[in-house]
Design a protein around this ligand. Structure first.
Ligand code: GLP
Length: 261
C-alpha cells in the first residue's frame, strides 16, 4: 500500500507552458469526447490559460463540442460584485466557457452573494452531488502549496467552506486587480475533501516559481501543511509539469516520468 501511494500521481513532464497547455487540453478534450455531458471542475489563475486557449481553438475549428459540459468552479472571492472582472465566474466565462459554447447556466460557482455563507457552502456540495459528481478536476497550485483557496493548515476533511486568504496568496493574485487593497481577503472554496471526490485530478504547474511547492506536494509529507499533497491520496491523479518545475524535483520522483510527447 505504501508503495502504491508513493507512485501517485502519474507525472508528465513537458518542455514549456505551451506544450503543457496542449496536453491538458488533450486530456480534457478526450474526456469530453468520451462523455459529452462531462462535469468539469475548473481552476482560475494564469496556469490554465494556455489549455483554455487551446480548447477554444479546437472548439472554434469545429473539432471539439463542449456545449453539453457542466462546469463547477473551484472557488470564488467573497465581496466582489457578480460582474466584477476579477471574480472567478467572470474570469472563466471570459477565458473559456463563453467561447466554447458552454451556457452560463451550466457554469456553477459557490454563491458568495447570499447572506448565509454556511448555507451557500452546503448548497454547493449538494449541487455537485446532484450533477453526479465532478468527473475531471483541473488544479493549479499556489507558491505556498495551496489548491483552490485551501491554504496551508486546512484540514483534509474540509468540504466547501469560507477561507481566509494568506498575504502571500493575496499578493500573488493582486495582478488581477488594480491594487492589492482590492484583493478580497475571503473566498468560498471547495475543500480538500470535495476535491478528492472528483473522479480524476489534473494538477498543472509551470514556471520555476512553482518548483518548491510542487516538490513539497510530491515529495514531502502528505499533510495539510501542503494542501496540494492530497493529490497523492487520489487513485487517478495526473501532474502535468513543465521542465522548469521538474528541474526542482528529485531523481526518484522523476524515475517513472513520461516525457514522450
Ligand atoms: C489562486 C486560485 C487557485 C490557483 C492559484 C495559482 O489562488 N484560487 O485555484 O491555482 O491561484 O494561480 P496561478 O495559476 O495564477 O499561479
Amino acid at each position: 500500500m505504501a508503495a502504491d501511494v508513493a507512485r501517485r500521481p502519474r507525472i508528465e513532464v513537458l518542455a514549456d507552458e505551451a506544450v503543457v497547455g496542449a496536453r491538458v487540453a488533450d486530456l480534457i478534450a478526450e474526456a469530453v469526447q468520451r462523455r459529452p455531458h462531462l462535469v468539469l471542475g475548473l481552476a482560475s489563475g494564469s496556469t490554465p490559460g494556455p489549455a483554455y486557449r487551446e480548447l477554444i481553438r479546437r472548439a472554434s475549428a469545429g473539432r471539439l463540442d463542449m456545449s453539453r459540459t457542466t462546469v463547477f468552479l473551484l472557488d470564488e472571492y467573497v465581496g466582489l460584485p457578480h460582474d466584477h472582472p476579477g471574480s472567478y465566474h467572470a474570469t472563466i466565462r471570459r477565458e473559456l466557457t463563453d467561447a466554447v459554447g458552454i451556457p452560463d447556466d451550466a457554469v456553477h460557482g459557490p454563491d458568495v452573494h447570499g447572506g448565509d455563507a454556511a448555507a451557500s457552502c452546503r448548497a454547493y456540495e449538494a449541487a455537485i452531488e446532484a450533477a453526479g459528481g465532478i468527473d475531471v478536476q483541473l488544479l493549479g497550485i499556489g507558491r505556498n502549496g495551496h489548491i483552490a483557496f485551501n491554504e496551508p493548515g486546512t484540514p483534509f476533511e474540509a468540504t466547501t467552506h469560507v477561507a481566509t486568504l494568506t498575504e502571500t496568496t493575496r499578493r500573488d493574485n493582486a495582478r488581477f486587480f488594480d491594487s492589492i487593497d482590492d484583493v478580497p481577503s475571503c473566498a468560498l472554496t471547495q475543500g480538500p475533501a470535495t476535491i478528492l471526490r472528483a473522479r480524476r485530478l489534473l494538477l498543472v504547474a509551470t514556471g520555476a516559481a512553482k518548483g518548491p511547492a510542487v516538490a513539497a506536494a510530491l515529495e514531502g509529507p502528505i499533510s495539510p501543511d501542503c494542501p496540494a499533497s492530497i493529490v497523492r491520496r487520489h487513485p487517478d491523479a495526473v501532474a502535468v509539469l513543465d521542465a522548469e518545475v521538474a528541474r526542482q524535483l528529485g531523481r526518484d520522483t522523476l524515475r517513472s516520468v513520461s516525457t514522450d510527447r
